[in-house]
Design a protein around this ligand. Structure first.
Ligand code: NI
Length: 172
């Protein structure tokens, strides 16, 4: 089931999310909803707080080649174990900040550990876009948005645009 994505600014996007102890059927259903919502948007990543749920859960699929097989990853309690000194700059966006983009510098390679939907520990090294995306999504679990990396003036400008967008959406 597709769900509504919260739009910045929203206090629920600033919360620090709680670790998931047991992966219940309800959490697996939430992960399915997140994937459906992400693909529908379309986006390459989504974090539970963007749906108003403060659990440490993210989903991503950064396969972008036309016709390539999708690779959807569901990560409970994802943790960056190590990151490269080498950095990468990507123009990032966020489904909670529609149509706004900004360049963010992050480690180019990260080693990430998480629990999959069956509760099995997984570990993988991500590079390039996958690395940026997984770091962006893990930031969401700490209440951090990509605009927090931008200069204050740019961040304020984007926030004002989003406030205006939300007023327009509320009017319908
Ligand atoms: Ni985001």
């Amino acid at each position: 089931m597709k769900r509504n994505i919260l739009i910045h600014p929203d206090p629920r996007l600033k919360k620090i999310c709680a670790p998931v102890a047991d992966i219940t059927d309800a959490l697996r259903a939430l992960a399915d909803d997140m994937l459906e919502t992400m693909y529908d948007a379309p986006g390459i990543g989504l974090a539970a707080p963007q749906l108003g749920v403060t659990d440490r859960l993210i989903v991503l699929d950064c396969v972008k080649e036309e016709g390539a097989a999708p690779r959807s990853l569901v990560m409970f309690n994802p943790v960056v174990l190590s990151s490269s000194d080498e950095t990468n700059v990507y123009e990032e966006g966020c489904l909670s900040i529609p149509e706004q983009y900004g360049e963010v510098t992050r480690p180019k390679v990260v080693d990430v550990e998480w629990m999959d939907r069956d509760g099995n520990a997984q570990r993988e090294t991500f590079d390039e876009l996958w690395a940026t995306c997984v770091q962006h999504e893990i930031d969401h679990l700490q209440g951090k948005l990509f605009i927090d990396y931008l200069k204050p003036l740019r961040r304020q400008m984007i926030t004002r645009k989003m406030q205006k967008l939300k007023r327009e959406m509320a009017r319908g």
